[in-house]
Design a protein around this ligand. Structure first.
Ligand code: GYE
Length: 306
């Protein structure tokens, strides 16, 4: 047939898909893997990625989002460092006709028109699983088990919802009692500092729920110095399942690690391409999860990508 079909296969008149992304920061191994997943997936999909790392600063995230509105990108996506304070800039994105996708974390606004879709883990169920597996080790206990919680950064969705999930299952299980909490700000040093405070305030603590691997691994040497035998007499459960977390399991320093996959880049790019072509997407796309113990960690470690 006629070789001039009247259209150019690759260079559609609308030009390339441009995605403006604002990342929380680089606070943990999980976050670095999340960033890599997003950058790789954009590259594979030939999507032009404008990427800003806010290093934990909400004002910087808001400025990045505003710059993407001004640049009239095709789609905006971001992981909100805290849940509140987004209505202004997201309202301006919506009024400019630019769809917004939340990745990983959520916002607490009641206005559902501020974003078209959220992609991430179910943090409440991660908390449920952490309590379920920790409680499993104490099934023979004759008294309530005193658990201390090392929290992520205040007002972030995982901090709030992992606590909520853990407490709900602990109450049901009746074996576990959360007796105290301290923030560790997602970092190893923060986890160690939190563990020292919690040990001083609760010398009779039995177990630790650290809301991510780094903070749990930071707590380990503090417990060892105090002769608390982390991973044995003092049980520790964490969330994320980074390489370091799984290694902690294999080394017998942690007891369970709940997986929260950071590898959501492909899910995000599928949504971006869909939105670019005027498709309608699901309001919520949940990522995979599982719980690792010592054996499954040993099996997974050799080819663990992050
Ligand atoms: O657990 C932690 C990161 O939002 C689920 O943020 C993410 C959390 C993750 O700093 O390692």
């Amino acid at each position: 047939g006629d070789d001039d079909e009247g259209f150019d296969i690759k260079n559609a008149p609308t030009g390339p898909i441009v995605l403006g992304f604002s990342q929380v920061g680089s606070e943990s191994g999980w976050r670095l893997a999340n960033t890599k997943s997003i950058q790789k997936a954009a590259e594979y999909r030939d999507i032009q990625l404008r990427f800003d790392n806010a290093e934990g600063d909400q004002e910087r995230q808001i400025a990045a989002l505003q710059s993407y509105i001004d640049a009239r990108v095709s789609v905006i996506a971001f992981s909100p460092v805290v849940e509140s304070g987004w209505d202004g800039v997201l309202g301006r994105a919506r009024d400019a006709g630019i769809p917004v996708v939340l990745t990983d974390r959520l916002i607490d606004s009641k206005d559902e028109s501020l974003y078209v879709c959220s992609i991430g883990a179910e943090f409440v169920s991660e908390g449920n699983l952490a309590a379920l597996y920790l409680g499993h080790d104490y099934v023979a206990a004759k008294r309530p088990i005193k658990v201390v919680e090392i929290l992520g950064t205040p007002d972030s969705t995982p901090t709030k919802q992992r606590s909520e999930g853990f407490a709900a299952t602990a109450a049901k299980e009746k074996k576990l009692q959360v007796v105290d909490q301290e923030t560790g700000n997602w970092s190893k040093a923060g986890g160690a500092a939190a563990m020292r405070k919690l040990l001083r305030r609760n010398p009779d603590l039995d177990a630790v729920f650290a809301q991510n691997d780094e903070m749990g691994l930071g707590a380990v040497p503090v417990l060892e110095e105090a002769g608390r035998e982390p991973g044995n007499k003092t049980r520790i459960v964490t969330v994320d399942a980074t390489k370091a977390g799984l290694q902690g399991l294999v080394d017998g320093k942690l007891n369970y690690v709940v997986e929260c996959s950071p590898v959501i880049g492909n899910l995000l790019m599928d949504v971006v391409v869909d939105l670019f072509h005027g498709g309608s997407v699901n309001k919520r796309i949940a990522s995979e999860k599982a719980v690792f113990n010592k054996q499954s960690a040993a099996d997974a470690l050799p080819d663990r990508p992050y």
